[in-house]
Design a protein around this ligand. Sequence first.
Ligand code: MN
Ligand code: MG
Length: 646
Amino acid sequence: MDGRGTGEKDAGALAQAAALRRRLRVIATTDLHSALLPFDYFAAQPAPGIGLARAAGLATRLAAAAGLDGGLALLVDNGDFLQGAPLGDFVGLDRGLAADEAHPMIAAMNAAGYAAATLGNHDFDYGLDFLLAALAGARFPVVSANAVLAPGASPRADRTLVPPWTILERRLHDAAGVERPLRIGLIGLLPPQTAVWNAKHLDGRLTVRDMVETAAARVPELREAGAEVVIALAHTGIGPGRAVPGMENAAIPLARVPGIDAIVAGHSHLLFPSAGFAGRAGVSGRRGTIFGRPVAMAGAWGAHLGVLDLDLAHGPGGWRVAGGRGAVRAVGRRGPGGGQQGAAPASPAVLAAAEAWHAETLAYLGRAVGRTLRPISSHFALVAPDPGMALIAAAQTAHVAARLRGTAHAGLPVLAAVAPFKAGGRGGPGFYTDIPAGPLTMRDVADLYLYPNHIRALRLTGAEVLDWLERGAAQFARVAPGAQDAPLIDPAFPSHNFDVMHGMTYAIDLSAPARHGPEGELLDPAASRITDARLGGRPLDPRAEVIVATNDYRAAGGGRFLGAGAARVVLDGAETNRAVLAAWLAAQGTVDPRAAEVWRFRPMPGTTVLFDSAPAAARHLPALGRGDITVAGPGPGGFLRFRLAL
Ligand code: MN
Ligand code: MG
């Protein structure tokens, strides 16, 4: 009885306190990567748990719920919306936009009622002119404070590509029922690495300032301009706690910039709040806050929404944020039959905006390119030479050798650096290439070469090639001789930095420490895992000169590979690596993809390691012809675990 009475009194007090507050709910997408519809263009089948159409449908519900108790909701996007899924590449690389034609993602965001957006690094992938043409159709402000056309003496004096910030004017009833203006400031930020990753488009045209420095300078400006609430649309992940100049994942230091009330984070394609960030100083997964500031980070592809619920209080100085929390909501859920279904119906307005573009994209992807005599799967690309990567390498090598004919670089050996792009990891157990034998279409080519990179060739020494391989070999954990079921792969290492050098052979010694860390940082210049490196059957001479066929991301310094840099570029083609692959496949007509003899682990008798791949990998194991790899049992998160005897 007593307990019940006290509970009622507490509930009454809480309700009264709540009535004095008003909620501002910020609903955020991030890293949509042109996932417009709940559709997987690679598998050519519905994917109910992803896409802006479904995300916008759920956002409508979440906004309505906020409105029920007198609150206000805003829908915002945090960047990386233009590039990624085949629809984005089709528009950005092949079809282009007619004059005054709205980009399908922008048209859909208009239809969904976005209040504002910022830019991500990948929004520059098709060049500045394309980006500006796409943004011209936006009926909402797009802000970015550190994408700079002309740097000034301080961030506030910079001339930026788009406005650094905006103030949205809204109205909200205070606790006494009086309607008051509410001025919501939004500032945009993106990683400075963008200028390196997209050097092919941005060199000489755009620089990107440090995010923390920019925010510290611009947030006071935003406050001076009248913003009562300041939200950072920060296309950046949750990384180190201490600010270092030029950091890529700066959400924690940004949370400590005075004047920022809350943060929409992203870029890393991870979720916050989530267990993965537990235990870091200042980070509360329970509250969804970092140093008390609400933060939400909604993964990628529109599979989740970030939700910032900010409690606003009105006083003599206007509105201020009195508290709040961050959360994420999944756009898909398990249906009665176990399959995925949408958590809310798709937005009809977005579906209507997408319809014609979807049909055009399907027609483009269905175009025939060639034939393959065998299935092509990437399920073992992290642990063994991979047939799909061998095709890409053959195409790059042939293209570069042909282009260098008659130049001062002709006659040098041409190697091809290729990394597995679809290799599970954060992409989950469905994130693999899995193409059956038979006709190859543009869909398969896009699946094999996922990113809109451009072909590059570098002239390097043998020593630089060896260091390049050391950098990629940082993917692997160190394994003690005789260890049983040791983990093989460092989960912090992105597979797109595991470059395999085709055209030579080498072994990787897992018992040795890695020379580089997962981000490319030099840990120990004397450490060496690459052994028995051979070119043309002979030991690779460190002074030899070779050509390495690669992409613009790597050539500009992406992944921090030694020897990469503008000075070494001997070929910078206008063709994408994907177009090079498509042309080569068409010229071949029919291919018989087999794993090239490129690399192997140095034998460690009596030692076993474990790695994860998709359950579908078991189907491809016999064709791999590797008796040293066996199924070990179920892995985490829907993966299947394999054992490799070294
Ligand atoms: Mn992204
Ligand atoms: Mg990004």
